[in-house]
Design a protein around this ligand. Structure first.
Ligand SMILES: [Zn+2]
Length: 240
């Protein structure tokens, strides 16, 4: 059994980058939950552990200590970038790093870019830096910077479900390739969904929308009719 450690960046009192009505901690969690769900559903012999599965604060040290203690086979720390400019995707390994980490970075970076380049995401390249998450992890470790929260064109992409799905798919494919995981047999690529179960990437938004009274909290996966959309618009208008 391979153990994959996924580290959703930030959380709780630390939102990470905040701009364009997006918070880095939310995107990191949504992508991380999606990676766990898909890896375990589609591949044999793999277990995914998360540093956090809710909106809580953790010190960096707590994250790497937990991953080291679990004896994880690899670690991926999932973040979004900020700092303006043209935006894009980049990945980091530690500066004084092993061949294994280089190889993990290469396959992960390549698979993620292959999944998102159709959306016009800029490839900022494979980089090395002295980052705690990569330095203190005993296993091969890479940190991904998934687009720029504060660059309007990137933020618009991060608000699209298909871009989030592509980021998840790229991470899943890269990890599976690196570990040589075997796809589960007889498992169709797209299985019929249960409309009563909320998708992990939508869970925080669904919870908020239900709490605000926009939806009644039932059947998150059902299609919406024009009359239901009209009721939703009315509720939004009344809330102003
Ligand atoms: Zn970050």
């Amino acid at each position: 059994m391979k153990i994959v450690w996924i580290d959703p960046g930030h959380g709780g009192k630390d939102p990470g980058a905040v701009a364009n009505s997006l918070r880095e901690k939310d995107i990191a969690l949504i992508v991380s939950l999606g990676v766990k769900q898909r890896l375990e559903a589609e591949y044999e012999g793999v277990q995914v552990h998360l540093s956090r599965s809710t909106d809580v604060f953790l010190e960096l040290k707590e994250r790497t200590e937990a991953a080291n203690k679990a004896g994880a086979d690899l670690l991926v720390s999932i973040h979004c970038n900020a700092g303006g400019g043209a935006g894009g995707f980049e990945s980091f390994r530690y500066t004084g790093v092993s061949a294994a980490s280089r190889s993990l970075q290469n396959v992960l970076h390549t698979e993620i870019m292959a999944a998102i380049k159709t959306f016009g995401v800029i490839d900022r390249g494979q980089k090395a830096a002295n980052l705690h998450m990569c330095r203190e992890s005993k296993m091969p470790a890479v940190l991904t910077e998934n687009l720029f929260i504060d660059v309007a064109s990137d933020a618009a992409k991060l608000k699209r479900q298909e871009v989030i799905e592509a980021l998840i798919a790229g991470h899943v494919s890269g990890i599976a390739k690196y570990l040589g995981l075997k796809r589960k047999e007889g498992k169709p690529m797209t299985k019929e969904r249960d409309i009563n179960v909320v998708s992990s990437w939508a869970a925080p938004a669904w919870e908020a929308a239900t709490k605000n009274g926009y939806f009644d909290g039932t059947r998150p996966g059902a299609p919406i009719t024009r009359e239901e959309a009209a009721v939703l618009i009315m509720r939004l208008e009344n809330k102003k």
